[in-house]
Design a protein around this ligand. Structure first.
Ligand SMILES: Nc1ncnc2c1ncn2[C@@H]1O[C@H](COP(=O)(O)OP(=O)(O)OP(=O)(O)O)[C@@H](O)[C@H]1O
Ligand SMILES: [Mg+2]
Length: 351
């Protein structure tokens, strides 16, 4: 569902007449370019002042990131996510292993012209305003004056800082700083975007906007790698994820596949009467599903928060009761009942 469109069987696997071998070799070459990042046996040991081993931050990591996908890098604090991203950018040297990124070695700084990077903590000039900041970074990428002005204007509007564009960054809140950091990361219209904790410090509206923006970058054909502790956010936007633990790769795969509950079936429908529910139960029982949970689904807190903010804007000075909020649930889940039947016979935990 979330998987980027157009991934096909590797044509190299398909039997072909020898006459096509040159063409096939070319296609094979193109296919390997479909990996925007290739990491092989990557390790990083941080050493102390005397060269003694202090921490092994990354251990024999191998993984690929495909062109056009959103790839989520997860793991507890200190599991090596930031270290990996810095090695991709060539900001840190690996102790061993290889990285190919956009067809080049990680140490080749030329490739960084096609990469956008949002660091864990932005190091921006506090005395510049948003326009000046983007103009400064635009100059680093040798954009023309006209291009810089156009791009800065687009990006400032895109990250929702239009009202604050003339204020110095030292006055910015945490979330505003994150937004200008993202605009800065996109100034060079990069093919690959590396986002280290993109939603940290953002309110739920900012978080939703950031997620929409990540999906927009994907629609534009860009590849996005993000690390985050906000698992729901990662789940919403990522095609594939990797989970690191103490520098080692523990899980790698497609989100949809990893999270699918194969033993359960969920049915969503409009509001059902008690009588109808009883009939549904009987039908399910006929198919051997005796332990069935049928209940009202819940909207999530993000949805409630966004709705409250939207309705508060439309009706200032109003306070909403719990009943009103429940009554104004979005159409998609309006009055829906969720039925979960468990093929193992246990009670399903419908949402
Ligand atoms: N400059 C450094 N010198 C020594 N050790 C470091 C350095 N940077 C990171 N480390 C160590 O490397 C390990 C991995 O750190 P890293 O910052 O990559 O983790 P992370 O997964 O990004 O964590 P977080 O979720 O907290 O951002 C940690 O044990 C950390 O203490
Ligand atoms: Mg980190």
């Amino acid at each position: 569902m979330r998987q980027g469109a157009g991934w096909q069987e590797n044509p190299a696997k398909i039997a072909r007449p020898p006459a096509f071998s040159t063409l096939a070799a070319k296609i094979e070459g193109m296919q390997s370019q479909e990996n925007v990042i290739e990491i092989r046996n990557l390790s990083k040991v941080y050493r102390d002042f005397w060269g003694r081993k202090k921490v092994q931050a990354v251990k024999s990591l191998s993984l690929d990131v495909k062109r056009g996908e959103v790839f989520g890098l997860l793991g507890p604090n200190g599991s090596g996510k930031t270290t990996t991203i810095k090695m991709l950018l060539g900001l840190l040297f690996p102790t061993s292993g290889d990285i190919t990124i956009l067809g080049k070695k990680a140490s080749d700084v030329e490739k960084n012209e096609r990469i956008g990077y949002l660091p864990e903590e932005s190091y921006l000039y506090r005395f510049l305003n948003a326009d000046e900041t983007l103009d400064f970074y635009g100059r680093l990428f040798k954009l023309s004056g006209e291009e810089r002005a156009k791009r800065a204007d687009e990006l400032i509007k895109m990250v929702g800082l239009d009202q604050a564009r003339r204020r110095q960054l030292k006055e910015y809140s945490k979330g505003m700083t994150r937004r200008i950091g993202l605009a800065q990361a996109l100034i060079n219209n990069p093919d690959l975007v590396l986002l280290d904790e993109p939603t940290s410090g953002l309110d739920p509206i900012g978080t939703r906007e950031m997620k929409d923006l990540i999906l927009r970058l994907k629609d534009e054909g860009k590849t996005v790698v993000l690390c985050s502790h906000q698992l729901a956010d990662v789940q919403d936007v990522s095609d594939r994820i990797a989970v690191l633990f103490q520098g080692e790769l523990k899980v790698l795969g497609e989100v949809d596949q990893l999270l699918e509950l194969r033993e359960k079936t969920e049915i969503r429908t409009g509001n059902l009467s008690d009588e109808a529910i009883e009939e549904v139960r009987q039908v399910l029982a006929k198919h051997g599903m005796t332990e069935t949970s049928i209940q009202k689904p819940r909207a999530d807190l993000e949805e409630l928060f966004l709705r409250t903010v939207r309705e508060s804007g439309e009706r200032p000075g109003r306070r909403f009761t719990a009943e009103e909020m429940a009554a104004t649930q979005p159409a998609a889940s309006d009055g829906a009942e969720t039925t979960t039947a468990d093929s193992s016979g246990e009670t399903g935990d419908a949402k």
